[in-house]
Design a protein around this ligand. Structure first.
Ligand code: ATP
Length: 329
C-alpha cells in the first residue's frame, strides 16, 4: 500500500460563513479519524493559526453539528495573515504541533491566503473546500451553502409574492451576490420574477421599463424584480426611485433580504456536498494532493489547482438568462 502522505492536519473555516461549513468540518474530522490521522480544529480562521487557538478534535467533537448553520469553529477575516510576519507566526504554531497539512474551508480570499502561505512554507500541504453562498468558485458545480441560501431566498420571495399579489404591488427584492448573480438568477427563475438584474449582464433602465410595460399588457397585477447586490444600475433604492418616476401609478416596495440568506440549517444537498468534499479533502491529502481545491463536477469528486480556483470564475449560463426572459411574460 502507498504510504500516507500526511500525519497531522489542521482544519479551519474562514471568510464569510456559509450553511454547511459544520457538515464539512464533521466530514474532515471523522475521515481523518477513520484513517488514523490526528486532527486539530483552529478557531476563527487564520487568526487562530496566528494566535495558537488549536483544539484537538475527534469524532465526538463534531456530534450534532451536521444540521447546524454557521460554523462552530467561528470564522474571521484576518488582516495579520496578509503580512509575512503574521504568516511566520502561523507557521511556527503549526511546527509546534507537528502539523503537516491544512484544510481550508472558505472562499477565494481564503484560498489566496492558503496559496501564498504554501508558496512560502512548502512543507505544509494545503487543500481548499469551497464554502461560500455565492457559488462563484471555479472547479466545482456548487459551493457549500449556495443551495441553502438559494432556498432561503426563494422562500422569502414566495412570501413577498403573496403580499405583492394582494395589493397589486411592485417589489424590488435584493439578494446577496456582490460579484456573482447565481442566487439572483436562480431564485428569480424559481419565483417567476418579471426581471432579474445581475452583475454579469449589462442591463438598462429602458429594458426594465419595457418589461414592466409588457407585464402590464399581458395582464399582470403584481411584479417582482430580483436584484443582485452587485448589479450596476445604481442600487435597489435608485432603481425603485427611477421606476416610480416613470410609472407614477405603481405602488413600489423595496426589500433587502440581507444576512438571512447566510443563516439556517443547511439543505440536504449542502450536507451531502459538504460530506463528500470533507472526505475528499482528507483522502486527497493522503494521496499526495497539494495546493488544490476539492470540488464536485458532474457528480464526480475533482481536484482543481488552487490558482485556477482563485483566478477563474464560474460563468453564468447564458441559456438560463434566455429562459428567464422567455418565461417572464
Ligand atoms: P467569502 O467569499 O465568503 O467572502 P473569502 O474566503 O473570500 O469568503 P475573504 O475575507 O476574502 O473571504 O478572505 C478570508 C481571509 O483570507 C482574509 O481575512 C485573510 O485572512 C485571508 N486572505 C485573503 N487574501 C489574502 C492575501 N492576499 N494574503 C494573505 N491572506 C489573505
Amino acid at each position: 500500500m502507498k504510504e500516507c502522505a500526511i500525519k497531522k492536519i489542521a482544519v479551519f473555516t474562514s471568510g464569510g460563513d456559509s450553511p454547511g461549513m459544520n457538515a464539512a468540518l464533521r466530514a474532515v474530522v471523522r475521515t481523518a479519524h477513520h484513517f488514523n490521522i490526528e486532527c486539530y480544529g483552529v478557531r476563527e480562521g487564520y487568526n487562530g493559526l496566528i494566535n495558537d487557538d488549536f483544539t484537538k478534535m475527534g469524532p465526538r467533537s463534531v456530534k450534532n453539528i451536521i444540521n447546524q448553520g454557521g460554523t462552530i469553529l467561528k470564522s474571521a477575516r484576518s488582516m495579520e495573515f496578509k503580512t509575512s510576519e503574521g504568516r511566520k507566526k502561523a507557521y511556527d504554531n503549526l511546527q509546534k504541533y507537528g502539523i503537516d497539512s491544512l484544510v481550508c474551508i472558505g472562499g477565494d480570499g481564503t484560498f489566496t491566503g492558503a496559496k501564498i502561505f504554501s508558496d512560502e512554507y512548502p512543507d505544509i500541504k494545503v487543500i481548499g473546500i469551497p464554502g461560500t453562498i455565492d457559488n462563484d468558485i471555479f472547479g466545482t458545480d456548487n459551493t457549500i451553502g449556495y443551495d441553502t441560501a438559494l432556498n432561503t431566498a426563494m422562500d422569502a420571495i414566495d412570501k413577498i409574492r403573496d403580499t405583492a399579489t394582494s395589493h397589486n404591488r411592485v417589489f424590488f427584492v435584493e439578494v446577496m451576490g456582490r460579484d456573482a448573480g447565481f442566487i439572483a438568477l436562480n431564485s428569480g427563475i424559481a419565483t417567476g420574477a418579471v426581471d432579474i438584474l445581475i452583475p454579469e449582464q449589462k442591463d438598462s433602465m429602458e429594458d426594465l421599463f419595457n418589461n414592466f410595460r409588457k407585464s402590464e399588457i399581458s395582464g399582470k397585477s403584481s411584479s417582482i424584480v430580483v436584484v443582485a447586490e452587485g448589479e450596476e444600475l445604481g442600487g435597489i433604492y435608485e432603481l425603485a426611485k427611477s421606476t416610480k418616476k416613470e410609472f407614477p401609478d405603481f405602488d413600489i416596495r423595496v426589500t433587502v433580504l440581507g444576512h438571512i440568506q447566510r443563516g439556517g440549517s443547511p439543505s440536504c444537498a449542502d450536507r451531502v456536498l459538504a460530506s463528500r468534499l470533507g472526505y475528499g479533502a482528507v483522502t486527497g491529502l493522503m494521496n499526495g494532493e497539494n495546493k488544490v481545491m476539492a470540488g464536485m463536477r458532474s457528480n464526480k469528486l475533482v481536484y482543481t489547482p488552487i490558482v485556477d480556483a482563485i483566478r477563474k470564475h464560474n460563468a453564468i449560463d447564458e441559456e438560463l438568462i434566455a429562459i428567464s426572459e422567455i418565461l417572464a411574460i
